[in-house]
Design a protein. Sequence first.
Length: 295
Amino acid sequence: MQRAVDSYISPGAYVKAAVSRAIWLLILAATSTPTVGALATTEELARVKRVYDGDTVLLEDGRRVRYLGINTPEYQEPFYLKAKRLNESLVLGREIRLEFDQEKSDSYGRLLAYVYVGNQMVNARLVQEGLAHAFFIGPSRRHNALLLEAQEKARQRRAGIWSSWGDKKNIKITSVHPADPENPDAHAPYVRIVNLGNKEAGLAGYVLSNESGHRYLFSGIAIDPGYTLIVSGAAGANGKEGNRQGIVHWPGMTWDKWEDTAYLADPSGVIIDSFHYRGKRVVKPAARPRVPASK
């Protein structure tokens, strides 16, 4: 703004002009989309060198990016390849815009970001096409509502993953992490479960088990929409963390380091989901009978 040096502005007029400008700035801030430096969000431009899968890419500068707020099928799961190919068609070799939220990186050193090509958010596009589901971890939640809305629309159309999951699959095992036998103190074994619905999902009476017959009976724990629950092999208190992620502890829980299956059964004993891994591969598990009710 050019500074006035030769004209006189009365005190009353100056105050009136200042108030008007302040109001205009407030309106602008309320209606504008987030930009660099807005709140805790920062942005930067980068170019994609490689696409690992539907939600992880490698940048030309060597950094890896994990897409925030979503999760795509793992290797050998249905729609894994379609998710990867769509991601490749959108970002590979192209300049992208990274929008960061409350946490900029994860424990693996990967950047956590909403990824844009032009004005299109790739995270949301994958959800819209039914090739990803909402997946919220940590305090980052800027676009949670948008992703849940996109998920609900994809689900109603039975697009992609929803063509087989349909309306009944609200709770899903997303991963199993055995302890590292060469470094058992690195982390306790754990299983991650996600709520795919738009409402809180209670797990009281559900049972998590493995091929060895070990069982964990859930009590009064619930998962918020799009958020996850960790079943940890360490000792500790059960509940929800400050970032809304739930955690329960199953001391002594063991998973085979080479191959095992996690089963999740509802209170009636019906298996509603399973997750089978062989090394680093996720494979379709063999059929298993109903889990008998807990005594």
